[in-house]
Design a protein. Structure first.
Length: 317
């Protein structure tokens, strides 16, 4: 998924789409045996002394502690050994009063970007190098994400603004709790939670909207599309197919319907069925000859790669 530039004042936002075609292409290449190395973190010849603010050197321990405190948020320093930029940034950040005020009610954790936990965070939030900073719930819902060297004043301002936005998000959730029949609010909250990487929490909201007969059709259509996205992200391809087919049966939004048709192609690509993917894509091109030409070209290349890969032993049998 594409990410916002690192110096925006709000958390990294996910686009409301399936995994990118670039990701699917990389997946197809992997089936042919190709693999790429993870970006290395540049080392500094003369690292500064590392500040001692983090309370834990393990995200799992930080999550456990946050839950003990009543599910408070976690502030993660994502850095690396001998990372001069990390040390320089942290030496500017940690002594600041704003920083101390913000982390007062949070569990503070340091994670090495090259560790197993660091790799998982990098994959989840699109981080390839240090330094980076994450504010998140124990369940992984993002409050803030920032990457790279930034002037101290700008960094602290972005952190402060992110706290204001988080408080507004919490107010929105409280309004939904007070008025659970407000479908529009429930949808907006589920969408915002999804954009903050809270797939599991967002899925519950979208499922309620899809299953509620009183949900207006435009909201139900969009909820089905989001559910399919979440299921694709979780490699639950049969569930995604079911929701996309339902969207095509009941949906009236032409743009959503076209995207659903293309996502069904992506489902078959995810299932490594090049023939089924090509059949669906040919049907789409016939029905919509002037639509999504760039996307169609990308899908055609991916399907070609899949069709040319050697069959596995299981497929031969």
């Amino acid at each position: 998924m594409s990410r916002r530039p690192p110096q925006r004042a709000h958390p990294v936002r996910r686009k409301d789409t399936m995994p990118s075609l670039r990701s699917l292409l990389l997946l197809a290449l992997l089936f042919r045996g190709g693999a790429g190395a993870s970006p290395a973190v540049p080392a500094s010849d003369k690292p500064a002394t590392r500040p001692a603010a983090p309370q834990f050197d393990s995200l799992s321990r930080g999550i456990e502690e946050a839950r003990k405190r009543g599910s408070c948020r976690i502030f993660v320093f994502l850095d690396a050994k001998e990372c001069g930029d990390c040390d320089r940034m942290n030496s500017l950040i940690i002594p600041a009063r704003i920083f101390k005020d913000v982390v007062e009610d949070k569990v503070v954790v340091r994670v090495d970007v090259n560790s197993e936990e660091g790799a998982r965070l990098g994959e989840a939030y699109g981080i390839s190098s240090a330094p980076a900073w994450i504010v998140m719930t124990p369940d992984g819902v993002l409050s803030w994400l920032h990457k790279g060297m930034t002037p101290q004043a700008a960094w602290l301002e972005l952190l402060s603004v992110s706290e204001d936005r988080w408080n507004l998000y919490q107010k929105m959730l409280a309004e939904e709790t007070a008025n659970p029949t407000d479908g529009k609010r429930a949808f907006e909250n589920a969408r915002e939670t999804f954009r903050r990487h809270g797939d599991a929490q967002a899925e519950k909201g979208f499922r309620r909207l899809v299953g509620d007969p009183s949900t207006p059709l435009p909201i139900r259509e969009q909820s089905l599309a989001y559910l399919a996205t979440i299921e694709m992200n979780g490699k639950r391809l049969d569930e995604a197919r079911e929701h996309l087919e339902t969207l095509l049966k009941i949906g009236q939004d032409p743009a959503l319907r076209e995207r659903a048709e293309l996502r069904l192609v992506e489902v078959e690509i995810g299932k490594n069925d090049a023939a089924a993917a090509k059949r669906l894509l040919d049907q789409f091109v016939k029905a919509h000859p002037d639509s999504a030409k760039e996307t169609i070209g990308d899908l055609e290349r991916i399907i070609l790669i899949l069709s040319e890969r050697p069959a596995t032993e299981g497929e031969k049998r």
